[in-house]
Design a protein around this ligand. Structure first.
Ligand code: F6R
Length: 608
């Protein structure tokens, strides 16, 4: 939520900042702005709308080789030009960009106003600029440290002072900030995607650290105390092409079609057919510790939560280990009981979701062992967990999560195999599980043969305003995920339910205006789901069914079908979710929605 960037170097800062902001736009796109320093003066250009609009209003030859930028997801204050960042002090010689929420801003603002400060915006962030001007005595870093002691809440901040050219100061607490080290140039940014075009060398900053950069040097110190901190420069493995659309119309399309490869990356090198098990070295757990696990608990948000729910069904049924998944936002405020011999997973594509991060901290405080399942290497959850599984999806840029979901599933399937083989699973069953997992990339690819048919169906059904997504067992969470995908990118109302649950209420919604999408894999619950489908048909409900190719009964009952390849019973969540992602994508396309950046949303939810 909100992307920030800072640049110090020899190049025209305006261009560098705009390019970086474009890469950060997935974090928020309500408004955007930059501030560039030149000749002991700061120029701010900011506006409502996306980066493309900002680019149009930034003067072509804006002089200045250092500056800061921001792309906003509004929290405090409506979306308008004034509330866009950067914010300045009254004199206009200090500017700041901020990602996070200053919880005590109203008290601070009131005090500043009583002392004569005049505020322009309704944001919480503007207080930082005013406070900096009060504390500034010739050293921006010292002033920022003094101000940070007064702030309560979360922040990634970068600030600049006109009297300290080619120097930026930044700090983080609860919102991400990365230092990127280039050739005679330095960057600060919310994430590495903003700077990947310039350098692969990064330093991940921690909460409570303050960083000061010039063209060719950086200095990191503790907020509390002046002790310099020496940190490892890490090399990012992502390539620039990973963050380009590569011929696709949208990142979402690219990411859906990447899934055969991303699933393969998640499982590659981790399967051990000889011993019919999996290797997950990042868990940092001995076999004895793994064997001692009596229950597993998963915390996550949104799509990652749905992956966790699938895992909870899987782990109980295959590994026979009690497993539950819970929304991180709920867990963190309900005083959770941490039981002995429990293992916790915090699942997050971005590794920055504040609810998941906070739930993880709460659990750790109470003595829990929490492993991370993350995509973004070096992200807060990955670092604070200290151990876990990287899913290696590569950058996921579309706001709607797709490939991360299937890779999170893959990580859980690997863990289930590993732990099952230590508990109750036979060698033969382990071999079968491996075979099924290994076949997934090809099966997902095979499923893409339905692409044009799914597109035609999406167009046919795109005028409906309400949908139900219905599945059972492992595919119940997939139904939730299908509904989430459709509503977030097409703005059509959709609800996911267990197919069995509709009789307990939702069936009242069924009429010829509310289509239902049924997930009917060839599994042990098939007959039951077909009965639920017939109940909907009996009430004139339209039905689209996802089923295997030769399922005549489903074919004869549903109005339309999408066929999926036959697979091992446990593997259907992978094969069911991809057509649902495509259905949502093509529906949104037909309705002319902003697929990659749907309204009101942002990827990486770093505020509560
Ligand atoms: C939905 C979506 C969100 C995220 C959720 C958690 O398409 O993208 O629901 O899944 O915000 O994000 P991460 O996985 O980054 O913690």
């Amino acid at each position: 939520m909100c992307g920030i960037i800072g640049y110090c170097g020899p190049r025209a800062a305006g261009e560098v900042l705009l390019d970086g902001l474009k890469r950060l736009e997935y974090r928020g796109y309500d408004s955007a702005g930059i501030c560039v320093g030149f000749d002991n003066a700061l120029t701010v250009v900011k506006s409502t709308g996306k980066i493309a609009h900002l680019r149009g209003i930034v003067p072509a030859a804006l002089p200045g080789t250092y500056g800061i930028g921001h792309t906003r997801w509004a929290t405090h204050g409506v979306v308008n030009d004034v509330n866009a960042h950067p914010h300045t002090n009254q004199a206009g010689d200090i500017a700041i960009v901020h990602n996070g929420i200053i919880e005590n801003f109203s008290v601070l603002k009131e005090k500043l106003i009583s002392e004569g400060h005049v505020f322009r915006s309704q944001t919480d962030s503007e207080v930082i600029a005013h406070l900096l001007s009060d504390f500034y005595e010739g050293d921006l870093e010292a002033a920022l440290k003094a101000v940070l002691h007064l702030l309560q809440g979360t922040y990634g901040i970068i600030c600049v002072h006109a009297q300290e050219p080619n120097r930026l100061v930044g700090a983080r607490n609860g919102s991400p900030l990365v230092l990127a080290v280039g050739q005679n140039e330095m960057f600060l940014a919310s994430d590495v995607m903003a700077t990947l075009a310039h350098t692969k060398q990064v330093v991940y900053l921690e909460d409570g650290e303050v960083v000061s950069i010039t063209n060719d040097a950086y200095h990191i110190s503790e907020l509390r105390g002046d002790k310099p901190i020496s940190k490892k420069v890490e090399i990012i493995s992502w390539e620039l092409e990973n963050i380009e659309k590569q011929g696709h119309s949208h990142f979402m399309e690219k990411e859906i079609f990447e899934q055969p490869e991303s699933i393969l990356r998640a499982i590659q090198g981790r399967l051990d057919p000889e011993n019919a098990t999996a290797h997950l070295g990042g868990l940092n757990m001995s076999n004895t510790e793994l064997r001692d696990i009596e229950r597993v608990k998963i915390v996550a948000a949104g799509t990652s939560f749905h992956a966790g729910l699938v895992a909870s069904y899987l782990m109980e049924s295959v590994a026979q280990i009690p497993c539950t998944a819970e929304l991180a936002s709920e867990l963190r405020y309900r005083n959770p009981i941490v039981e002995r011999n429990s293992l916790y997973f915090a699942v997050s594509q971005s590794g920055e979701t504040i609810d998941t991060l906070s739930a993880m901290r709460e659990l750790k405080r109470k003595g829990a062992r929490v492993l991370g399942i993350c995509n973004v290497i070096g992200s807060s959850i990955a670092r604070e967990a200290g151990a876990g599984v990287y899913i290696h999806s590569g950058p996921e840029i579309a706001v709607a999560s797709t490939k991360a979901f299937t890779s999170q599933l893959a990580a859980f399937y690997l863990f289930t195999l590993l732990i099952s083989r230590m508990h109750n699973m036979s060698f033969e069953a382990g071999r079968g599980f491996i075979q099924n997992l290994s076949s997934l990339p090809d099966l997902v690819r095979q499923g893409f043969e339905q692409q044009n048919h799914i597109r035609a169906l999406a167009e046919k059904y795109s005028h409906y305003r309400d949908f139900l997504f219905l599945g059972r067992g492992l595919n119940y969470p997939v139904a939730l995920e299908g509904a989430l995908k459709l509503k977030e990118i097409s703005y059509i109302h959709a609800e996911g339910y267990s197919a069995a649950e509709i009789k307990h209420g939702p069936i009242a919604l069924i009429n010829d205006e509310t289509p239902s999408i049924f997930l009917v894999p060839g599994d042990s619950l098939r007959e039951k789901v077909i009965s639920n489908m017939k109940e909907v048909k009996a009430r004139r409900g339209k039905v689209i069914a996802l089923c295997v190719a030769d399922d005549e009964e489903v074919k004869n009952t549903a109005d339309d079908i999408i066929t999926i390849p036959k697979a091992g019973e446990m593997m259907y969540p992978f094969l069911m979710v991809v057509p649902l992602q495509l259905f949502a994508y093509y529906t949104a396309l037909k309705l002319g929605r902003d697929v990659d950046q749907p309204r009101n949303l942002a990827k990486s939810v770093t505020v509560e």
